[in-house]
Design a protein around this ligand. Sequence first.
Ligand SMILES: Nc1ncnc2c1ncn2[C@@H]1O[C@H](COP(=O)(O)OP(=O)(O)OP(=O)(O)O)[C@@H](O)[C@H]1O
Length: 521
Amino acid sequence: MKSAGEAANLIEVRGLTKVFGTLTACNHVDLGIRQGEIHALLGENGAGKSTLVKMLFGSLEPTSGEIFWKGQPVKITSPSVARSLGIGMVFQHFSLFEALTAAENIALSVDDGTSLDKIAAKARDLSKTYGLPLDPDSLVGDLSVGERQRIEITRCLLQEPDLIILDEPTSVLTPQEADKLFETLERLRAEGKSILYISHRLEEVKRLCDRATVMRHGKVVGACDPSKETAASLARMMVGADVATAERTPIELKDAPELLGICGLSRKPAGPFSMPLKNIWLSLKAGEVLGIAGVAGNGQGEFFEAISGEVLQESADSVRIRGKSVGRMGISARRSLGAAFVPEERLGHGAAPRMRLSENLLLSRHATDRKAFIAPGGFVKNGMIQHATQRIIEVMDVRKSAPDPEAASLSGGNLQKFIIGRELDRQPAVMVVNQPTWGVDAGAAARIRQALIALARAGSAVLVISQDLDELFEISDSIAVMHNGELSKPLPRAEATYERIGLLMGGAEPGHTDPHRPEAA
Ligand SMILES: Nc1ncnc2c1ncn2[C@@H]1O[C@H](COP(=O)(O)OP(=O)(O)OP(=O)(O)O)[C@@H](O)[C@H]1O
């Protein structure tokens, strides 16, 4: 139920501008958020959405412009000033300490001397009231992304904010988790709270939000009632042009060679909250895109670690890359065989945040592309690295504020484009990618999906782990489902329906028999 009506603005910005070097990330932005509304902030990657909300939360200082809170001009000079006004924020990249428990993490942002027990009790209450299942005593390092997000939201709610800013909250959630979050947000709206909601998922914006403001190249280019728009018309407003879906021509794989084989892969759980892997069999052929669907936390992360070599297996034969048993080899050795791996977490895992894009490129490819990037005597071929960096930036249309900026300065979606482009640029024989379009706008997502299909059709094997079923249906030649640490037999795309995949995701069909699995097993 939408209830905002013509309520007064809780927060209003006028002419808000932020300049980074030569780039105007926010350019004279005017925006008002009413009391009791869910207001969407839309725009393509790099449009300036995060920059705008960071100014509202006091983590970036505006270059110029004014902010009014409940009608009064304010200077939000730090997040603690924002919090004391009543503004809370849940960031796109979580800021939790993995070695601490949920309650300890929450306690870090409460500076009034409240005891840990009281904080844990309050967090438990809030999580019940708002439908955010959370165990305050669990160690963050053992939690899924969805669970981590619930800690962030609970931490934010503990401050009893009037305005809650959410930066792409559902990009990492399962449909079920997203539904739960919407219920929470609707409850908050009914209580008169305001929510500023950044998302690239246009269907959910239509369903949830009362109003939307659209940004492009740092400027506000439109406003609308999203329930009256279609996802396509919203995408057009954001990108300024129609957005195509990826095209996939069917392929005959019968005689194609296997490039990635998973043979009876099992893994004990690494911690109390991690998922064991149970006797997984898979064979990926040259030319093929295989999608892996599944509710988050069913072993996808553990599976990715086992394939990439981040975690070694007991048996060398459990992972085969281009016919070679690599189960005991580390990530660099597997990469040297022509494999590429793109993890779910971009900052810190997929890219070193404080290093420039070219340095990140060198870091990830100096061993595998030694000849291209390192001269005899060990000197780095700077020209070649710069050239390759610029090529990736161009191919993937990475928008940035300097010719070779630090990874952390890129908007979330643009960093994802760069990381995917960096791996695609090697033309790997095997590409394994976890959540390829997490936080990526509709136009860029279409480009990434098409590039993955093209890589496969050029003769590589592509394995895509994704929680976005539409994405998997768009790009995959076959789809398997991970449930409770087991992988179902892949279904050819023609046989895979949303209903069948949904049933498998819910654990309706146990185990599988794979043609590569020995009969006796
Ligand atoms: N600290 C910074 N230093 C330099 N440039 C920056 C910095 N932060 C952001 N930018 C640049 O400002 C522009 C806007 O980035 P912003 O993160 O606001 O985009 P966004 O709309 O949130 O994108 P996304 O949807 O990808 O998250 C980008 O070109 C980005 O590279």
